[in-house]
Design a protein around this ligand. Structure first.
Ligand code: UDX
Ligand code: ADP
Length: 459
């Protein structure tokens, strides 16, 4: 199977960067990324590279190199599917908000729609690659739809989960720890291995069964999230006992069996994957009556919810048990630094909790738009959109954001926060000037000396 044309359905945080790098590294293959969302495709095609819909360090250069050469963004889904030898499915798979599995299982309606569309259009043999995170055995459903609704052409389904982390997507794609390909058909697997071999050393490309590949993705994310919840659980214990979570993390991380990464205590993990994937794992375990397994993993999410709530409660308690009518400034809204993605960001839940207590919340984030911040709050449906706009102000300047604040809370670990002229912020705040560091980012000693009353998670 000689792949000359690739199409990727879904131009989001996974599809966009992944296909950009595949195109960059395989100039002989034509890569087209399609999406239903016209605005998104227009943004991917914008001549101003600052306007790409996904912010990732280094992505603009990759797009600049490949776009128009062998990388294209289009809304003509049918044409692209028809012409492609290989089809990546990279559409969103949110947690179900209705019916059986509500709040836990992945909603596969977008995947199914894609499968039906591919089946209807395809007139020649195609390799279909699952890129989105999917619950185990989705490939089976995909194959069944393709085979039963298609025009009798051959489909080979592969699972090729994406392990990139947002904020470091380009680096992760260009230098992956491993590439995982699950499948049954040797030739189809070889065709995908060849694409990655253009830049990934072969020993890092591993092939497995479909099911192992699908499950590995969920398990990788569950393990990572579990580490964060574990250190966050310890952060609370540290606060109660006077230990320092940073020191504990360093001490345990130097044990080579534990390792130093993913031990940063925080206000709670966010992102589109961790919670969704664990919920998926829990749902799958329950569906096999493995209740102890399900309860074990569910606890990782409970701990995370607790951490977000605990942080908001800490602010309220410290401000003499009431934030009603007080100005609370949130620095950071994205779920981590170097991304404009806000899905499941801890900031959303902390803000919601403070708004319940009728605080006035001001938000500053270097990359997230005001429109997105209001949308995140509106989507919770805790209060009306008008009320969200009355209580929440989004500003473009961090110093303006902290002007006349009763408290400032750091919710994302953006580098620029450490470089602020904090004395200037202090001078403009109400006293006592309370500072809450939800990322263990700031220099506590120095800020204390400047007069701040500072709380830093796990210290
Ligand atoms: C994750 C996985 O890392 C990636 O392999 C997978 O493909 C998708 O899900 P992502 O969600 O983009 O990637 O970011 P990640 O760096 O894993 O961070 C997730 C959340 O955990 C963030 O909110 C981050 O701030 C938080 N986190 C991470 C911590 O609180 N402490 C840590 O030590 C590490
Ligand atoms: P991810 O983080 O998994 O990339 P995103 O939500 O950022 O998720 O991107 C998924 C994209 O898939 C969205 O831009 C959405 O419009 C697109 N999409 C969903 N269903 C379809 C479909 N049937 N055809 C084309 N695009 C789709």
């Amino acid at each position: 199977m000689n792949v000359k044309k690739i199409v990727c359905i879904g131009a989001g945080y996974v599809g966009g960067p992944t296909m950009s790098v595949i195109a960059q590294k395989n100039p002989h293959i034509q890569v087209t990324v399609v999406d239903l969302n016209r605005d998104r495709i227009a943004a991917w095609n914008d001549l101003d590279l600052q306007k790409l819909p996904v912010y990732e360090p280094g992505l603009d250069q990759v797009v600049a190199e490949a776009r128009g050469r062998n990388l294209f963004f289009s809304t003509d889904i049918e044409k692209a599917i028809d012409e492609a030898d290989m089809i990546f499915i990279s559409v969103n798979t949110p947690t179900k908000t209705y019916g059986k599995g509500k709040g836990q299982a992945a909603d596969l309606k977008y995947i199914e729609l894609c499968a039906r569309q591919i089946a209807a259009i395809a007139k020649s043999e195609k390799i279909v690659v699952e890129k989105s995170t999917l619950p185990v055995r989705t490939a089976e459903a995909l194959k069944s739809i393709l085979d039963h609704t298609g025009n009798g052409v051959n489909f080979h389904v592969l699972s090729n989960p994406e392990f990139l982390a947002e904020g470091t997507a380009v680096q992760d794609l260009q230098n992956p720890d491993r590439v995982l390909i699950g499948g049954e058909n040797e030739e189809a697997i070889r065709a995908l291995v060849d694409i990655y071999s253009a830049w990934v050393p072969t020993e890092k490309i591993i092939t497995t069964s479909l099911w192992s590949s699908e499950l590995s993705k969920l398990v990788a994310n569950a393990f990572l999230a579990q580490r964060v919840s574990s250190i966050n659980a310890i952060s609370e214990l540290c606060e109660a006992t006077g230990a320092d979570v940073g020191e504990v993390a360093k001490a345990i991380g130097m044990d080579s069996r534990i390792g130093p990464k993913f031990l940063k205590a925080s206000v709670g993990f966010g992102g589109s994957c961790f919670q969704k994937d664990i919920l998926n794992l829990v749902y799958i375990a329950r569906s096999y009556n493995l209740y102890a397994v399900a309860d074990y993993w569910e606890q990782v999410i409970r701990m995370n919810d607790h951490q977000k709530e605990r942080f908001a409660d800490k602010i309220i308690k410290t401000l003499y048990n009431t934030v009603n009518g007080k100005n609370i400034t949130l620095l950071g809204w994205a779920f981590k630094k170097d991304t404009n993605d806000t899905r499941e960001s801890a900031a959303i839940y902390v803000a919601d909790h403070l708004l319940d207590e009728e605080a006035f919340v001001t938000v500053y984030d270097p990359k997230v738009t005001a429109e997105q911040i209001y949308k995140d709050l509106d989507d919770l449906e805790t209060r009306s959109p008008e009320e969200n706009r009355r209580l929440v102000k989004v500003v473009q300047d961090p110093y303006e954001a902290c002007d006349r604040a009763h408290a400032v809370a750091v919710l994302t670990e953006w580098d620029e926060f450490t470089a602020y002229y904090w004395q200037r912020i202090y001078d403009k705040m109400y006293k006592p000037a309370f500072l809450f560091d939800g990322r263990g980012l700031l220099n506590v000693q120095q800020l204390k000396e400047q007069g701040f009353m500072i709380y830093s998670i796990g210290r």
